[in-house]
Ligand binder design. Structure first.
Ligand SMILES: [Zn+2]
Ligand SMILES: [Zn+2]
Ligand SMILES: [Zn+2]
Length: 219
């Protein structure tokens, strides 16, 4: 079929142009912008106004209901000016956070309820994720029917809840442009906290045999 051959030739020519026209400078990266209620065109215009070039803007939607949620996926050419997007904390006068697309959110330590580390090496004073008292959550004596109290913000939720306003503010403040999976940012390795000694005079003194016992089981 003559038409078929025509189409095939046309496509291979296109492919040729497509491939040769893509130097490294056209590599892109993607970020997620949280907390914005505008539409994609407004966001695109605003980013252009700020001197950024954008290849694609997509607003994420709830699966099922398809309602738009305040979460945008933005693709930009990989250039120095475009990397500025990580420093934005406000767009269209709204507080927002910018994260690399697949960034994992920092952990909340289940021992001290601080952010960015896990309980594995934590030797800090414990704070309860349920009642906010000075003990670990697994030793909590508060009945599970009592409302929780967040040790970070004082709100009526567990301290390990990632929806905590305190944690959300922490995410907004910490928008590092140096995530390990960003290929163009070799940058500094993340500081790792050195494990603290397991024993010291204080813990030795406290581990003396105790005369009281509790029958409370961990939740
Ligand atoms: Zn901790
Ligand atoms: Zn407690
Ligand atoms: Zn909270």
């Amino acid at each position: 079929m003559p038409d078929y051959h025509k189409v095939k030739t046309y496509l291979s020519e296109q492919k040729y142009h497509f491939n040769t026209r893509r130097p490294d400078s056209e590599k892109t990266f993607r970020v997620v912008i949280r907390g914005l209620v505008n539409d994609t065109d407004e966001l695109k215009d605003e980013l252009n106004n700020k001197g950024l070039t954008v290849t694609q803007v997509l607003q994420l939607r709830k699966t099922g209901t398809k309602t738009a949620i305040p979460l945008f996926l933005v693709e930009l050419p990989d250039s120095k000016p475009n990397k500025q997007i990580y420093s934005f904390s406000k767009i269209l006068s709204q507080r927002i956070s910018v994260e690399p697309e697949h960034r994992r959110r920092p952990p909340i330590c289940t021992r001290c309820l601080d952010y960015s580390h896990t309980n594995k090496y934590c030797e800090r004073k414990p704070r309860c994720g349920a009642c906010s008292g000075a003990h670990q959550m697994l030793n909590c004596k508060q009945p599970s029917t009592d409302p929780p109290k967040c040790a970070n913000c004082g709100g009526p939720h567990k301290g390990i809840w990632k929806g905590c306003p305190n944690y959300q503010r922490f995410l907004t403040r910490n928008t590092p442009p140096t995530e390990p999976h960003l290929p163009n940012n070799p940058s500094q390795p993340r500081p790792q906290p050195a494990p603290l000694p397991q024993r010291n005079a204080w813990t030795d003194r406290n581990s003396a045999p105790q005369t009281t016992r509790t029958d409370k089981h961990p939740p």
